[in-house]
Write a protein that binds this ligand. Structure first.
Ligand SMILES: [Fe+2]
Ligand SMILES: [Fe+2]
Length: 285
């Protein structure tokens, strides 16, 4: 056995074995009487999530493909099963977010443009990045989605501030992102397991993710007619970076990713998942 193979096998052995990932088939409908600013009656927060939703279908397709590229190199049967559940969950997220995106489009927002741009961006990554880097990119974005899910949406009263017809899709997506947060990372550890690619790709992905989400959000705010509302900007920026500082509080968890001994399971999420599942999904989950 080569030194590289030994390193990979040791990394795989160090991986926690338990995955608790449930694929839930949802069928959300978004009626047109849901208010335009369905999140805290706030254009800033509503259109931030709308910008994210616009990128999900193509982004999640890329995540699935990048994991599939390495699926046949994974020997651990539990991780194989987890990969199938991961693909099931992400596939359903894309489907339900297309419904949400159609609702946002009916409200007058050009979400389909975000969908097209993200699709082009992902195709560019498929052409230009090695398969190893594509998987590292997925592991990095999955860390972002897990942080947003657990520490922003599930560990606060944010979901309660949404229209009750809108909160369940975000609760469901956050729960499942949290459930499968180990999968892309463990596939990476069990196959590529290169620290330079993992960490450098997180740095690149962070800049791209934050830049493009902000630009998309600004464009949507322009479409809403609120882009020039200075008070709204001040309130929004303070909310995320000042007090309560929802994004400021994500920074330590974000930086953990650069530690050599980082693993997503170090952020324990089970109590949050259970609480949100009972509150927002009830008998459906
Ligand atoms: Fe997802
Ligand atoms: Fe995910």
């Amino acid at each position: 056995m080569t030194a590289v193979a030994v390193k990979k096998q040791q990394a795989a052995a160090a991986t926690p074995a338990a995955y608790d990932i449930k694929v839930r088939r949802m069928d959300f409908e978004f009626s047109d009487d849901i208010p335009e600013f369905w999140y805290g009656n706030d254009p800033f927060r509503t259109l931030l999530l709308a910008a994210l939703s616009g990128g999900f279908p193509e982004g999640e397709r890329f995540f699935i493909d990048s994991v599939r590229n390495f699926q046949d190199q994974v020997t651990d049967p539990e991780l194989q099963q987890a990969i199938r559940a991961f693909i099931g969950q992400e596939g359903h997220h894309s489907k339900e977010h297309r419904e949400l995106n159609a609702f946002l489009e009916r409200k007058g927002y050009s979400i389909s443009k975000i969908d097209r741009w993200v699709g082009k961006g992902m195709n560019m990554y498929r052409r230009r990045y090695s398969k190893e880097r594509q998987l590292a990119q997925t592991a990095a974005v999955e860390h972002f989605t897990a942080l947003l899910a657990e520490q922003y949406l599930l560990n606060s009263d944010e979901l309660d501030q949404m229209d009750p017809r809108m909160a369940p899709i975000w609760a469901w997506h956050a729960i499942e992102e949290s459930e499968h947060k180990n999968v892309a990372f463990d596939v990476y550890r069990a196959t590529v397991n290169d620290e330079w690619i993992r960490r450098s790709q997180m740095a690149v992905t962070s800049v791209m993710f934050v830049t493009f989400t902000t630009l998309d959000m600004i464009r949507l705010l322009r479409e809403s007619g609120h882009a020039g509302d200075i008070k709204m900007w001040a309130r929004g920026i303070n909310y995320f970076w000042g007090f309560p500082g929802r994004f400021r509080k994500l920074i330590p968890g974000y930086l953990d990713y650069y530690r050599r001994d980082f693993h997503p399971s170090q952020h324990d999420n089970r109590a949050l998942i259970e609480k949100a599942r009972r509150r927002y999904l009830g008998s459906k989950a």
